[in-house]
Design a protein around this ligand. Structure first.
Ligand code: SF4
Length: 391
């Protein structure tokens, strides 16, 4: 998959990637939502200008028109219609939070699997980020994540990722709009990177979703080769890294991926990303009572942050996330030491953002995404206006 190298275990990322898509039924018509204009023009043998107008129509309406509009040549539309379909996702559930303006969607896919997506209000009224899922379940099994308890069922196709954004956008009243996209819903995006990158390109394409790629953030539990490939192929996109803990044994207990990719290697890739893109990475740290919220954890975190800044001459944003319960049998609890933890960082010169993680009453808060009706979920969601990570 990725172009980046991995000195620790070259096969680890492949093991965490899922081959399950290959076993799914093959569609006779390809999904139009995953197409870029040049590729569509080539595939259908039509002008790029017609391809742009057809893609624009598909993204605006979610359907082919009954008759060819005056702006599109009929021959071009017929050629596309012969090869492509515009599939949609069924909205299995749409829950509006009573606590705040978050909305959680559960989408049923054509094989019956369900993924979750969250509409996150930003500070500026009428602007939203959409937190999308990239897999059905997740193989990485982070201890504090509801999705991680599901295991991995399959990767999402590029169109299924794009369609989450298109469907959420369709429910926003004008003049509201989708400002950004966060890959921090269900799944580890770096384990499905071919499709995630294709979806990012479509989301950023002016005639498709036209989202500024600088407002797209991909969050990872720590797959170095994926981080490298991200800056090589879509350098405008921002990076989020979930830390869990910066004390090696504690991190490995919370995030098994640390066994294949120690934090040091993840930070090296994140440093390269920062240098190559000049974007500040977001590091996310979920505070778990009695697990990673002690003064020694905060001191170790401060040391890591200061070391990263010095080594890579990069600024970064550190986001502290209050833990949200994921349901019955939960072995973790929200830390009451948030301010004490922040104080230890502050005296060492490390500023923090405390992530507002809304929608907990509909299972839309950080770490709660799993399945509709669970009252819980799996990945992190956003602070108001700021990107967030999955953990
Ligand atoms: S936190 Fe993210 S990477 Fe970890 S198990 Fe959950 S979805 Fe997977």
């Amino acid at each position: 998959m990725g172009a980046g190298s991995d000195p620790v275990d070259p096969g680890a990322e492949a093991r965490y990637a899922s081959p399950v898509n290959e076993a799914r039924p093959v569609r006779s018509l390809r999904p139009l939502q995953a197409m870029l204009p040049d590729d569509l023009a080539l595939a259908a043998g039509i002008d790029v200008s017609d391809a742009r107008r057809i893609i624009s129509l598909a993204h605006r309406t979610g359907a082919f028109p009954a008759r060819s509009p005056a702006t599109i040549r009929r021959r071009a539309l017929d050629a596309v219609r012969a090869l492509f379909a515009i599939p949609t996702l069924e909205i299995a559930e749409r829950r509006e939070s009573q606590e705040d303006p978050f909305v959680k969607y559960a989408f049923r896919l054509d094989d019956g699997a369900v993924v979750e997506t969250v509409r996150i209000p930003l500070e500026r009224p009428g602007r939203y980020s959409v937190c999308v899922s990239s897999q059905v379940g997740c193989a990485l099994a982070c201890a504090f994540c509801a999705t991680g308890k599901m295991g991995l069922a399959r990767n999402l196709e590029a169109w299924e990722i794009v369609e989450q954004v298109r469907a959420v956008r369709a429910g926003i009243e004008a003049p509201g709009r989708v400002h950004g996209v966060l890959f921090q819903g269900m799944g580890e995006p770096m384990s499905n990177l071919d499709r995630v990158i294709q979806a990012i390109r479509v989301l950023g394409e002016p005639c498709a979703q036209a989202i500024d790629m600088r407002n797209i953030t991909v969050c990872t539990a720590g797959l170095p080769a994926g981080i490298r490939r991200l800056y090589q192929e879509v350098p405008s996109v921002r990076l989020g890294v979930s830390l869990g803990s910066v004390i090696p044994g504690r991190r490995r207990a919370l995030m098994p991926i640390d066994g294949a990719h120690p934090l040091e290697d993840v930070l090296a890739a994140a440093g390269e990303h920062a240098r190559a893109t000049r974007h500040s990475p977001m590091f996310a740290y979920t505070l778990l009572a009695g697990v990673n919220d002690g003064d020694e954890d905060a001191a170790a975190l401060a040391e890591l942050i200061l070391g990263f800044r010095a080594k890579y001459e990069a600024t970064l944003r550190l986001s502290l996330i209050p833990y949200n319960a994921i349901g019955p049998g939960d072995v973790f609890a929200r830390s009451e030491r948030l301010e004490a933890f922040r104080a230890v960082l502050r005296v060492r010169g490390v500023g923090t953002i405390v992530r507002y993680s809304g929608g907990s009453d509909v299972g839309a808060a950080c770490g709660q995404l799993s399945r509709p009706g669970s009252g819980g979920k799996a990945s992190a969601l956003a602070s108001r206006g700021a990107p967030t990570t999955s953990l």
